[in-house]
Design a protein around this ligand. Structure first.
Ligand code: G3I
Length: 382
């Protein structure tokens, strides 16, 4: 019903007539062929009803982190990812550790399988990630010393980016490089790369990356910058990217990881202002790793899904209202494969697995799927 101020409200009869329906018509969602055949009513969620189709209609990208081994072995997962996503990211397969069994040696088979899957399905791929303090090779630091660390960084970035040159939408060149708790005035995290390669290791990484694949968008990706009480880290990330832009260091986007909690008030104005400050720097924003931890939400699965869906709806509606927010990726797509259920530190009091993602462990859509799709439909159109 039209409630826009200044425009007369339509009666239900007028609305239905305008929609070419009889007054007695009851508006129901489209029934899929499967639903009709089985008599099970389920609002179709594939094809034109998918997250992918709704996102494309709004000129944005939607997707998730994937496990190439699961893509190869699980048909239901494979089909779901192909249908719902226009952009993918490797959860682990493109990190230095999983790629490099020995110094200077690379095994790209899993990462290549992901690229092949994505290109076969017309999907873009995010590269995650090049320089990080975690997921380092088992042999690290090995032969790497202060004397050769900068060259080691350059060679790694060049090797991986040139391997995929021209095929990657955006790279998380440095991941999680800010940690104010480490006490540095510049807010930099005290990572092995800071210690080995020096205070300007981030600048070195991005300048190397621009040369290695000029077609890729260069992204700085971090977490813990979403909530009102995370202002110190958010400000340090903003200061970092402001310095980079002022110094002419190539940077195109910021990834807001968005690992959210279901039992606290959602992010709001402070994050919105941060996104707008990034727009002033001509930076795109990607929601890169969205999931909602429902570990402390009491009640039935229905209650928990409803609470998680509300967080998705509120958060994404706010973020997608900002014109420079161009993509939303969840960190996984089905509750059956979420890092949150792999992490021994997170266990519910009732012992049940967490439900942080749009599809349940049976790969059926939950209330979270509809909340994500509704938020996409409300987004700015480009
Ligand atoms: O593949 C090995 C397996 O061979 C071995 O038997 C097993 C032993 O524990 O480890 C397996 O590797 C694990 C890998 O996930 C694949 O499952 C690593 O130990 C484990 O540390 C790794 O965890 C990943 C973590 O990043 C560290 O790389 C998570 O799956 C992944 O979801 C998580 O994702 C990060 C983002 O990259 C950055 N933002 C935060 C996000 C969540 O921590």
């Amino acid at each position: 019903m039209n409630t826009t101020p200044g425009i007369p409200r339509q009666t239900r009869r007028q609305f239905l007539r305008a929609a070419g329906l009889t007054a007695g018509a009851v508006l129901v969602p489209r029934r899929s062929a499967w639903a009709k055949s089985t008599g099970q009513f389920q609002d179709s969620v594939s094809g034109s009803a998918s997250l992918r189709a709704h996102a494309e209609a709004r000129g944005m990208l939607v997707g998730c982190a994937v496990d190439p081994q699961l893509l190869a072995s699980n048909h239901a997962y494979n089909t779901l990812v192909a249908d719902q996503c226009s952009i993918l990211v490797a959860e682990n397969a493109m990190k230095w550790g999983p790629l490099s069994p020995a110094p200077g040696k690379y095994d790209f088979r899993e990462a290549d399988a992901l690229m092949d899957f994505a290109e076969k399905n017309g999907q873009k791929v995010r590269g995650h990630n090049l320089i990080w303090h975690d997921a380092l090779p088992a042999w690290f630091p090995g032969p790497i010393t202060k004397a050769n660390a900068r060259q080691a960084m350059v060679e790694h970035i060049q090797t991986e980016m040139r391997h995929f040159a021209g095929r990657i939408h955006s790279w998380d060149v440095v991941n999680e490089g800010i940690e104010p708790k480490d006490g540095r005035p510049d807010g930099l995290r005290k990572t092995p790369w800071l210690a080995l390669a020096g205070d300007d290791y981030i600048e070195l990484a991005y300048r190397t990356a621009r040369e290695a694949d000029p077609k890729a968008l260069l992204t700085y990706n971090d977490y813990g910058i979403e909530y009102p009480d995370q202002e110190k880290k958010r400000a340090a990330v903003l200061a970092l990217v402001q310095r980079m832009k002022a110094d002419g260091v190539p940077l195109d986007a910021v990834g807001v990881q968005s690992h959210l909690d279901g039992d606290v008030p959602p992010p709001g104005r402070k994050l919105q202002n941060f996104v707008r400050e990034l727009a002033k720097l001509d930076l795109q924003v990607f929601v890169t790793e969205l999931d909602v931890n429902d570990g402390k939400i009491p009640g039935t699965i229905r209650d928990r899904d409803a609470a998680v869906a509300k967080v998705y709806r509120d958060y994404l509606t706010m973020m997608l209202a900002e014109p420079n927010v161009k993509a939303v990726l969840t960190w996984g797509i089905t509750d059956g494969h979420s890092w949150l259920n792999d992490w021994e530190h997170i266990k519910r009091a009732d012992g049940k697995p967490l439900r942080p993602l749009p599809f349940g462990p049976n790969m059926q859509p939950t209330a979270v799927f509809y909340a994500e799709r509704d938020a996409i439909d409300s987004s700015h159109a480009t």
